[in-house]
Design a protein around this ligand. Structure first.
Ligand SMILES: [Zn+2]
Length: 199
């Protein structure tokens, strides 16, 4: 597939892409060990969006495998996982980081967060006051222990690792290069992400 457009998502920031049904796209960890929070909304009704809970109910796993779909809050497929050129470690258990998360971690003053990045990007597209759904946390390493304990490990991706998905409806995609630098998920060094729209 050919790259039609490459969108740079600077470290700690968010960017959107509007894609039509059938469009494939790649999310790239440019420098390695960086989590990308991905959100997907129905472009024609942003009240419909990816739902981690409905997706788990359909795939009976914590995260879809290649060939499986992510579902919306109305239980319709919105994205399909087409290809995974990473160590295939991703998360859908943890909420996107938000200002309250950083307050709780003892940060004083403002800290960038995935929820604010999402809200800012959607506001720029004319969608104010959206619900911030649970994110698809690409490359995020949250190992689940035998007794259900969760770990917080650095993303195992190397520079240039990518995952390829395909939109199953007209979508607004939002990607946040997660600014988390308190817990080690980004190896305490948030870096950039890239979105490539493919033909
Ligand atoms: Zn985040």
């Amino acid at each position: 597939m050919r790259t039609r457009e490459r969108i740079h998502v600077p470290a700690r920031e968010g960017r959107a892409a509007e894609v039509s049904a059938g469009t494939a796209f790649r999310i790239i960890d440019v420098e390695g060990s960086q989590v990308a929070d991905l959100f997907a909304f129905n472009a024609n009704d942003v009240g419909e969006y990816h739902s981690a809970m409905r997706t788990r109910a359909v795939v009976s796993r914590l995260f879809p495998r290649v060939g499986e779909s992510f579902m919306t809050n109305r239980r319709r497929p919105i994205l399909r996982l087409e290809r995974d050129d990473t160590p295939a470690v991703h998360d859908m258990l943890i909420a996107p980081c938000d200002p309250e998360r950083y307050d709780g971690l003892g940060v004083e003053g403002w800290h960038a967060s995935c929820r604010e990045n999402l809200e800012n990007v959607m506001r720029d597209l004319g969608h104010d006051g959206i619900c911030a759904p649970p994110s698809i946390n690409l490359f995020m390493n949250i190992p689940v222990g035998e007794e259900g304990a969760l770990g917080w490990e650095p993303a195992p991706t190397g520079p240039g690792d990518s995952i390829t998905l395909r939109a199953e409806m007209d979508c607004i995609l939002v990607v946040s290069a997660c600014p988390q630098d308190i817990v080690p998920i980004n190896d305490r060094n948030p870096t950039s992400i890239a979105i490539e729209l493919l033909d």
